[in-house]
Design a protein around this ligand. Structure first.
Ligand SMILES: Cc1ncc(COP(=O)(O)O)c(C=O)c1O
Length: 393
């Protein structure tokens, strides 16, 4: 719903759009939220309606009012031709890639992407006869030198969600477009609130809705936003042919998460930056990787292209503390240990990308820790981290 009268939400500012989008209360007896429609079978009233597909919906896997409320909201928010929903962030990556490659293609993938994205490239796509070339995400417009006549795709993540290198997305997307290659970006870190991929020349913008869209660590969901109608149709066909369909409860929860996403992200950003700065001053810490810190190598690009940052960043401990790293993690009481992020709660994990990066060298100089800063009071989180750091000595 745009207003009580209904209409487009396009003229409103982002936080207002996220509150209004996808709601049609007076189609639902005045209830504020679009109800959760469960169902596979959709009935037609007459023979004529059935054979001429006159109903708005034909089959649960191909759409429902609940799914449509989320996909149309996100499409208007991303200002794209359309958004497709998938049962996880990873299935969004896989579906989008499968829609735009064919046997014999070469694809260029940033070395810093989420590791399971690499597995799709090195597994399913390789078996299909698609060759992947990994590249340094800091390559910028020089990506031109890697293009081959059969390069059909450039895949980015901004920033890399473990090590936070910040690519020059507009420069890379421009080269891709000039070559006729499709550019894809995993935009889970910034979300479309803080980075607008299509406005920076990206053709397909992907989110693991599992993270900030859901926001409560209780769903898996993926979103694929496609800039133009022709490309959208290609992705829609692959999505439909593969039978990709998220469960309606997860979609309902994502819609609910969307209403509070703006205020949550503001808090994730504020607390995250405060803790990142505090960590920079701790004697046990070698360096902090967070593109919204003035000292970060990615800061200039972040400042130019992004309007905010989420709560996810990493830091490196001095090498002499490696031997006591387990004591650091086991002392943390507020930071859970789990391989995700984007929920209301804080998380901490160790990581090491040495074993799978191929175009860049991961040589951090000490043990690497990734933090997700949740919605707790940042003073409590710093006390928790301080207790953990004290156990390193
Ligand atoms: C950057 C990024 N993209 C995609 C995904 C995949 O999301 P999901 O776990 O819902 O498949 C993740 C999950 O951690 C992620 O961190």
């Amino acid at each position: 719903m745009a207003t009580k009268k209904s209409g487009s939400t396009a003229s409103y500012r982002p936080a207002t759009s996220l509150v209004l989008a996808g709601r049609t209360p007076f189609e639902h007896e005045g209830f504020v939220n679009t109800p959760l429609y469960r169902g596979s079978t959709v009935l037609s009233e007459t023979y004529d309606d059935l054979v001429h597909h006159r109903g708005r919906y034909a089959y649960g896997r191909r759409g429902s009012p609940t799914l449509e409320a989320l996909s149309t909201s996100l499409a208007s928010f991303e200002k794209s031709a359309g958004v497709l929903l998938t049962p996880s962030g990873l299935s969004a990556v896989g579906t989008a890639l499968l829609a735009v490659v064919k046997a014999g293609d070469n694809i260029l993938v940033a070395d810093t992407v989420y590791q399971p994205t690499r597995k799709i490239c090195d597994g399913v796509l390789k078996r299909m006869g698609v060759e992947t070339t990994y590249f340094d995400p800091l390559i910028g417009a020089n990506i031109k030198s890697l293009l081959k006549s059969n390069t059909s795709v450039v895949f980015l993540e901004a920033p890399g969600s473990q090590t936070f290198e910040m690519p020059d997305v507009p420069a890379i997307a421009k080269v891709a477009r000039e070559h006729g290659a499709v550019s894809l970006l995993d935009n889970t870190w910034a979300t479309p609130l803080f980075f607008r991929p299509h406005e920076h020349g990206v053709d397909i913008s992907i989110q693991a809705g599992t993270k900030y869209l859901g926001g409560h660590s209780d769903i898996n969901l993926g979103t694929i936003s496609v800039s133009d109608a022709t490309l959208y149709k290609r992705v829609l066909i692959t999505h439909g042919d593969l039978g990709i369909n998220p469960g309606p409860e997860d979609v309902y929860l994502a819609l609910r998460g969307m209403r509070t996403m703006s205020i949550r992200l503001d808090r994730h950003m504020e607390s995250g930056l405060r803790i990142a700065r505090w960590l920079q001053a701790q004697p046990e810490v070698l360096r902090v990787m967070h593109p919204a810190l003035e000292s970060d190598p990615g800061y200039a690009i972040w400042k130019r292209d992004f309007s905010g940052a989420c709560g996810l960043f990493s830091f490196i401990l001095k090498p002499e503390y490696a031997k006591n790293i387990a004591a650091f993690f086991d002392t943390l009481a507020l930071f859970g240990m789990g391989y995700s992020w984007g929920g209301y709660e804080s998380l901490a994990i160790p990581f090491d990308c040495k074993g799978y990066r191929t175009a860049t060298k991961w040589n951090p100089g000490g043990p690497a820790v990734r933090l997700h800063i949740g919605l707790e009071d940042p003073e409590d989180l710093m006390d928790d981290l301080a207790a953990g750091l004290a156990k390193l000595a």
